[in-house]
Each structure stands twice: as structure tokens, then as C-alpha cells.
Design a protein around this ligand. Structure first.
Ligand code: MF3
Ligand code: CO
Ligand code: CO
Length: 240
């Protein structure tokens, strides 16, 4: 792994998320948010990884309220109180980085704030424990515990992943504890941690568009994601 080039890709992701997050407000369409992202990509010579690897019909994934992941940008207008998940993955000179933030439009409900905070805290805590030699499944254990103690659920079928020369590489980085996955993390290993959580149950369904995944019970979903590189101390957060 070339950490300098991964970091360069990660900086494009962070700049894109800053631009999109600043533009989230009632009335804007998800397509307009996606166009902002495409402009940042173009300025850096970066490409949309979902487009490149999966023919995804958008530069970024934008998922609103009960939508968890892989929402397609389009004519939908963001409404006051909406929870907007901005998930950005770029390819820059053959290297990939991936991150997601949950943004609010206007005044969010107390539940929406608590949910988004739980996803972010789960990510922060899991990253803090992700050091060389620690078992891979400690990440899922930390995410599951943090989310559970707030009264929320993880969407178990959705997980983090290795990343580097492709958007999705081994290993899967689960958001719950699996006793089998005790292999130690290795210095230089690069993967995402991405709690994808729901205010109600963690079951999800795919929508008719063939991409968008939403909660089965219609409850709100939040998502926080970074791409990290493992060291003997705290991980490098490549998408910060
Ligand atoms: N960013 C997503 C992730 O965190 C990947 C989206 S690729 C798509 O894994 F094609 F499925 F949209
Ligand atoms: Co992502
Ligand atoms: Co990801």
C-alpha cells in the first residue's frame, strides 16, 4: 500500500464532503449535491469509484432518512429535518479512499441527532482501538456495544471493507462481534470502518431502483465512515 497516494485520495474525499455538507439545506436536490462532488473530483483529476467499479448511476451515494446506503442522486428535494448520508469514494491515480458523513437539513429531531451521534461515536471508539495486533473483531464488538447502549441497532448485513486498489477488498469489517474473526490487525493494513445503524430494527431491504438500501421498518438510519491505515499506535485517518 502506498500511504501517500492513499492519503492524496483521502484528501479529495474530505474536501468533497466539506463542499457537500456545507450545501445541505432544505430545497436543494440530491443531484445538485452530487454535481458539487463531481466538480471537486474533476478539479483533482479524481474519478467516482462507485461509477468506475460498479457503474453506479451517480458520482456519490446520497441516502436520505430511512435510506441506509447506495441512494441514487436525483430530483428529490431535501426537506427541513432530513438526515442526509453523504458517502463519497474516489479513485485517484489508481488509489481509492472512502468516507461518509451524516448531515442535517434545518433543525433535526432529537432522535436524529442522537442517532447520528451514535454512529460517529461508534466510529471514533472503534478507530481508537484499531492498532496493530488487536483482533479484527474488536472493531465490530466496539461498534455493536456503542450503538446498543444508546438503544439503537446496527444494520448487520452492511459492513466496512478493505480498500486500496479497488473500492472493496478483503476483509469485511463487520459492525458486530463475530468470534471467528480474531485475526490480528497488521501495520500498514488499510480498510474502512463504517457503522450503518438504525433507530428501529437493523433489518434492511433493497428498493425497486436496484441500488438503494433502506430500513425494513422505515426507521431513520445514520452512517459514519473513514478509511484508516493501521499503525503500531493510533491509526492514520486517511479521509480526515
Ligand atoms: N461507499 C460505499 C461503501 O462505503 C460503496 C458504494 S459503491 C456502490 O462501501 F456502487 F455500491 F454504490
Ligand atoms: Co462509503
Ligand atoms: Co465503504
Amino acid at each position: 500500500m502506498d500511504l501517500d497516494r492513499l492519503r492524496a485520495a483521502g484528501l479529495v474525499v474530505a474536501e468533497t464532503l466539506d463542499a457537500m455538507e456545507a450545501a445541505v439545506e432544505p430545497g436543494i436536490t440530491t443531484k445538485a449535491l452530487d454535481d458539487l462532488a463531481a466538480a471537486v473530483f474533476a478539479r483533482h483529476g479524481a474519478r467516482s469509484a462507485p461509477q468506475l467499479d460498479y457503474d453506479f448511476p451517480g458520482a456519490t451515494c446520497i441516502s436520505v432518512n430511512d435510506e441506509c446506503v447506495h441512494g441514487i442522486p436525483g430530483p428529490r428535494r431535501i426537506a427541513a429535518g432530513d438526515l442526509v448520508k453523504l458517502d463519497v469514494t474516489v479513485e485517484l491515480d489508481g488509489w481509492y479512499a472512502d468516507a461518509c458523513r451524516t448531515a442535517f437539513a434545518g433543525e433535526p429531531s432529537a432522535e436524529a441527532v442522537a442517532l447520528a451521534t451514535a454512529a460517529r461515536d461508534a466510529l471514533e471508539r472503534a478507530m481508537a482501538g484499531a492498532t496493530a495486533g488487536a483482533p479484527l473483531n474488536a472493531i465490530g464488538a466496539t461498534v455493536e456495544q456503542t450503538v446498543g447502549e444508546r438503544g439503537f441497532a446496527v444494520c448487520e448485513v452492511l459492513s466496512g471493507h478493505g480498500i486500496g486498489r479497488r473500492i472493496h477488498e478483503p476483509p469485511d469489517v463487520l459492525n458486530y462481534y463475530d468470534p471467528e474473526l480474531s485475526e490480528p490487525l497488521v501495520e500498514g493494513q488499510v480498510f474502512t470502518i463504517e457503522p450503518i445503524i438504525a433507530a428501529g430494527g437493523g433489518d434492511v431491504v433493497e428498493m425497486d431502483d436496484g441500488w438503494t438500501v433502506r430500513t425494513a421498518d422505515g426507521s431513520l438510519s445514520a452512517h459514519a465512515e473513514h478509511t484508516i491505515a493501521i499503525t503500531t499506535g493510533a491509526p492514520l485517518v486517511l479521509t480526515a
